[in-house]
Design a protein around this ligand. Structure first.
Ligand SMILES: C[S@@+](CC[C@H](N)C(=O)[O-])C[C@H]1O[C@@H](n2cnc3c(N)ncnc32)[C@H](O)[C@@H]1O
Length: 212
């Protein structure tokens, strides 16, 4: 999806993806991640997951929307500074640094020393042709990393994305340079994805630990 799509989502408050509380798969896997230091959250929105991650990390996020960054700090009642950083605005407050701008242009310096990544609703927010670019960008930013990824699978022809269905085979293909381990599965068939109800005949969420 192009930036204009996401800016419109935030302007119109169409936040069907927004969780009310931290994702259960993050809570289940947090103890499996390397402890301490920094975690990077691409396409972070204003997710409550950021607060769970802050229990054990300094959190670095990348997010396109100024509204998302502003609301994240306002809702958490954290006073944040805003500074120009090239094509980005860097929001900083508490344990959080949010790089507001296009993830695909994020400079390596933003995540220097960081080796942990958390992706919920980032890869699956992107159409197929952008997913390859997304993984290449992660790889270029992180020579070495542990990624906790939450993916979604449903019969593709039954619904238009986002969120997009990303099949298991695609996960292995995208991360063919890494060690990929399936660590959790939730059957959400007949239920919703965050605030949205889907009528797909199957809906599976999977969590993956991916090391390179
Ligand atoms: C489906 S939402 C998920 C947000 C968050 N990960 C969550 O779980 O609530 C996708 C987010 O990615 C942001 N986004 C989309 N394209 C982006 C880009 N190129 N750079 C940075 N953020 C982007 C959107 O503004 C939106 O907040």
């Amino acid at each position: 999806m192009e930036p204009v799509f996401w800016h419109q989502v935030w302007q119109q408050g169409q936040l069907g993806f927004q969780l009310a509380q931290a994702h259960p798969m993050l809570c289940a896997q947090l103890s499996c991640l390397p402890v301490g230091g920094q975690v990077f959250v691409p396409l972070c929105g204003k997710s409550p997951d950021l607060h769970s991650l802050a229990q054990q990390y300094q959190v670095i996020g990348a997010e396109l929307s100024q509204i998302a960054c502003r609301d994240f700090f306002a809702e958490a009642q954290i006073l944040a500074s805003q500074n120009d950083a090239g094509t980005f605005t860097l929001w900083q407050g508490g344990q959080y640094q949010l790089w507001q701008g296009d993830f695909f242009e994020l400079p390596s310096a933003a995540v220097e020393g960081c080796q942990v990544i958390y992706d919920r609703a980032a890869l699956i927010a992107l159409p197929a042709e952008m997913r390859q670019r997304y993984v290449q960008k992660l790889r270029s930013l992180f020579p070495k990393a542990t990624l906790l990824l939450i993916s979604l699978e449903y019969p593709e022809h039954e619904k238009q994305g986002p969120p997009f269905s990303v099949a298991t085979e695609e996960i292995y293909r995208l991360f063919d340079f890494a060690r990929v381990e399936l660590c959790g599965l939730r059957n959400l068939t007949g239920q919703g994805f965050a605030r949205r109800k889907f009528d797909t005949t199957s809906l599976l969420e999977k969590s993956w630990l991916i090391h390179w």
